[in-house]
Design a protein around this ligand. Structure first.
Ligand code: TXE
Length: 480
């Protein structure tokens, strides 16, 4: 049994309450470890450590901060295999996905922001005619809170903590209680790299206990959160009276819009990925597929054939395309949506059932599922399912598909398949989304702004946007 501990002031600690939670392996359904359910007292200890580390860390030179972050990046790469296996076991994702995407991206996050901070500059404005000059300081906020979800555990955990650290803040971070393992392992890596104690503190536990203690803490200056829309709304409500800075990256219900003039084979392969990567548990997945009527029947036949060939299997097997969903509760929630879609006249073209994987009968496996629908208003097209489930329906005109694409409460990403430049330009303006991909999906350049509109969140992460979020601009006006 693996016992996870809190990482506070550079050391591992049991929770003060001695309260532990079970940690499940999604591939087997078995308990394989325990994690602290940290209380307010643990968060307070983390705060004291972070607050004590802040004066030195915030005045550490940019070169030294950069060196340390890049060193951590290198150590993540050294530990690639160990971290990939841990991520796969904890989350249920295929190990080959963790090895190709999750862990390399965590390393990239450290390298990218380690470099970006040395390029981050502020502005100056000369007030001509008034003999004055203004310049803007970009000061770190102090102690900040980072709360991350279970779908891309180390990838999103580091996406939050690294810009905060690069900008000179000290961090209290909480990974999801469902996938705590790689954030736990990161503590040792930070120590090996020489990150000073207290600069990064990791507390584990339930959102309603540990997470709540972080968001309620009066001296934690900002919260960077990725998770469900409902939790995001709750955090906004709790944080508002304390005027905490908030960055909220929430759910998505993203359209994947396919026109007849697209590069068909590339579109088909990418659509398979954008539908089912990570068991469909990525906020950017294109779960609503709209296909121009002229190619609808062809697409439907080809897509369903490809989906039927996807291999659901134990995540440690290299040839598994689809691993296990993250938890039993989540599996049931996703299956509930499939049942509801069928009730609302959705036609299940393939999938729809729990899969029994030999020797791992209690694992949380689900067939990749394609549902044909006739209206964008049905529940499965309006609510975030967050599983290996997509809908398809035809459209007849650009206006009609833009209207349907925008007719949801979410606005995270949209994907467009067309070779018509004018249409691309028009629709990129019209689609209500923080990110529009044209003829590709999930191509990420870490310099670009990342985040959503409407119920998909507030604020942007990525590049200098993240460094701006984690700093306070202060204008200094000097009359000479
Ligand atoms: O998320 P929660 P859940 C969506 C997806 C999923 C749904 C719910 O649709 O089905 O959200 O997932 C912490 N104060 N996404 O319930 O609860 C929690 O401990 C402070 C989209 O797992 O939002 C975890 O660390 N923190 C998403 C984190 O919030 C609290 C990724 C996210 O958990 C808290 C995941 C509280 N009161 C789910 N309550 C995306 N945008 O990528 C919970 N938490």
């Amino acid at each position: 049994m693996e016992k996870i501990k809190n990482f506070i002031n550079g050391q591992y600690h049991d929770p003060i309450s001695k309260e532990w939670l079970d940690n499940y392996c999604p591939a087997t359904g078995a308990i394989y470890g325990s994690i602290p359910n940290s209380s307010k007292a643990d968060v307070e200890n983390a705060y004291i450590a972070a607050q004590s580390a802040f004066p030195n860390w915030s005045t550490t030179s940019l070169e030294e901060r950069s060196r340390l972050l890049i060193k951590i990046s290198e150590l993540i790469e050294v530990n690639l295999e160990r971290l990939s296996e841990a991520e796969s076991k904890d989350n249920g994702k295929p190990v080959n996905l963790a090895r190709r995407i999750d862990i390399p991206r965590a390393a990239s996050n450290f390298r990218f922001f380690g470099n970006a901070i040395t390029q981050f500059s502020s502005e100056s404005h000369e007030s001509i005619g008034h003999d004055a000059i203004n310049y803007t300081l970009r000061q770190p906020l102090g102690v900040v809170g980072c709360i991350s979800p279970w779908n891309l555990p180390l990838y999103l955990f580091t996406w939050k903590i690294v810009p905060a650290l690069a900008a000179g803040n000290c961090v209290i971070a909480k990974p999801s209680e469902i996938t705590p393992m790689t954030a736990y392992l990161l503590g040792d890596i930070c120590n090996e790299a020489g990150l000073p104690p207290g600069v990064l503190n990791v507390v584990h536990g339930l959102g309603t206990t540990t997470g709540q203690a972080i968001i309620e803490h009066p001296d934690i200056k900002a919260i960077s959160f990725t998770g469900g829309t409902k939790t995001g709304a709750h955090i906004a409500k709790v944080a508002a009276p304390m005027f905490k800075k908030l960055s909220l990256e929430l759910g998505g219900k993203n359209p994947n819009i396919i026109f007849g003039d697209c590069d068909y084979e590339t579109m088909l392969d990418t659509t398979l990925r954008s539908s089912f990567s990570n068991q469909g548990q990525i906020c950017l997945c294109g779960s609503r597929i709209f296909v121009e009527a002229s190619i609808y029947d062809r697409f439907k036949a080809d897509f369903v054939t490809k989906v039927k060939h996807l291999r659901v299997g134990h995540p440690s097997q290299e040839d598994s395309d689809i691993g296990a969903l993250v938890s039993e509760a989540h599996l049931e929630k996703v299956m509930g949506y499939i049942k509801m879609a069928a009730k609302e006249n959705g036609k299940i073209l393939c999938g729809g059932h729990r899969v029994t994987v030999k020797d791992y009968e209690k694992g949380y496996y689900l067939e990749p599922t394609v549902i044909e629908i006739s209206s964008n208003d049905c529940t499965i097209n309006q609510e975030e399912v967050f599983g290996p489930v997509v809908t398809i329906m035809p459209f007849n005109s650009e206006d009609e598909v833009v209207r349907m694409a925008n007719s949801v409460k979410y606005g995270l990403s949209a994907t467009l398949w067309t070779n018509d430049l004018k249409r691309t330009m028009r629709m990129s303006h019209q689609l209500e989304a923080g990110i529009v991909w044209v003829n590709t999906w999930m191509m990420r350049d870490l310099r670009t702004p990342f985040g959503g509109t409407k119920s998909s969140g507030v604020g942007r992460e990525g590049g200098f946007e993240a460094l701006r979020f984690f700093t306070e601009p202060k204008n200094v006006c000097i009359k000479y």
